[in-house]
Each structure stands twice: as C-alpha cells, then as structure tokens.
Design a protein around this ligand. Structure first.
Ligand SMILES: Cc1ncc(COP(=O)(O)O)c(C=O)c1O
Length: 202
C-alpha cells in the first residue's frame, strides 16, 4: 500500500495484486470511493474559509495560542527541562515533576481533588469511559455524542444504549428498561452546536 500526499488530496493507493482482499475492499470503500464522492478527496480538505468566515475547527477557543506571554513561557519551560522523561505518565510513579505540578494546579483552579492531564479531548473521553464503565454497565449515550465517547464505551466492552438527541423522555424509558448505568452527554454537540437538556433535573 502506498500513502499519497498530493496538493489537495491525501489518500491511499492499493498496489496491484499484492494486498489482501479485505484490505483492498476496505480502502476502496472507506478511503477512495467515499472520499472522492463526499469529501473532495479528503474529509477535511477541499474547502477554504473565505473572509468573514468564523473558524470553529480550532481548539483555541480563547484565541490565546499566539499570546506572546504563553509562547515565551513554553520556550522557557522547554529550555529548562526539555521534554522531561518523554514517557507515558502512567509510568511516572509518584514523581513531582512539572507535569504533575501542572495537574495539581489545574485541580486547585477547578476546586477538584485531583486532575489527570490528557493530550487531547478525544483521549480524555475515551480514557474516562474506559475507566468507569464495566462490560455489564449500560452506557446511555446521546445519539449525537462525540465519537470519542462512543469509542470509550466500546473500549470498555460496555453496551451502548443510545437515546434520541436531547430527549430526556427517551433516556428515561431506556433507564427503566435497562437499569442504572452511565449517562453520557456532551457539553456542546460538535455538529449541531446544541447543548444538553439538563434543566429538567433528570
Ligand atoms: C464535543 C467534543 N468532544 C471531544 C472532542 C475531541 O477533542 P480533541 O479535538 O481535543 O481531541 C471534540 C473535538 O472537536 C468535541 O467537539
């Protein structure tokens, strides 16, 4: 298989007959046909913002990523200690380094007992559900919840019990049918920009 990187299109090309059938079919279906038909060659490419567009794709919600005070602090920290131990934090037992100090500072700011810093929202969601759901735990999940939450439930081998978007009545029926479990909603739904129905005290 060959990875292609062209101007507007990143994709995979399957070489001749050397690839197993399942791989050729999968790549053809998910990367080539769908990509060309729906995404102009790539899920995230082919369309550029025009003047006046509001950029919603970035995580820099507060527009502070280019703040010179932050970039200077990052430079100072990197110069002082490089990338630290450059190892997954799960192996750094009980060590008070800058990473741990940052987690403790975040916990303090959030008035929480402790904090675990993850490298992305995707990792945080997946890790959280994987940690708190057991295979026998029903996971009641809004049908529009972010993919990372679905993936966390799947990683825990828990059964997803989806309920209609922002529909507490449907959630309640699912709860009655399947018993107690974990209810999963987003604070803001990525695609619809809607917020969860929490005002009904359920
Ligand atoms: C609701 C929601 N959850 C999780 C994520 C994943 O976060 P990250 O991009 O930091 O991995 C996103 C990203 O857009 C999101 O919109």
């Amino acid at each position: 298989m060959q990875y292609l990187n062209e101007k507007l299109c990143v994709g995979f090309a399957v070489n001749g007959n050397n690839e197993p059938d399942f791989l050729k079919k999968r790549v053809e279906k998910s990367m080539l046909s769908c990509g060309k038909k729906h995404w102009l060659g790539h899920t995230l490419r082919g369309q550029a913002p025009h003047s006046g567009s509001v950029q919603m794709r970035t995580n820099d919600y507060l527009s502070i990523a280019r703040d010179v005070r932050i970039t200077n602090a990052e430079i100072r920290a990197l110069q002082a200690q490089g990338h630290g131990e450059a190892i997954s934090q799960v192996f750094v037992h009980d060590k008070l380094d800058q990473h741990r100090a940052f987690e403790q500072r975040i916990a303090q700011l959030m008035r929480a007992d402790d904090a675990v810093l993850c490298m992305s929202g995707y990792c945080a969601n997946t890790g959280l559900l994987q940690a708190i759901a057991a295979p026998e735990t029903p996971v009641f999940i809004d049908i529009q919840a972010h993919a990372s939450l679905w993936e966390g439930g799947a990683a825990a081998r828990a059964t997803a019990r989806p309920f209609r978007h922002n529909n507490p009545g449907h959630l309640e029926r699912q709860l009655r049918e399947h018993g107690p479990g974990i209810v999963v909603v987003d604070a803001v739904y990525t695609l619809l920009r809607s917020e969860p129905e929490t005002d009904q005290g359920r």
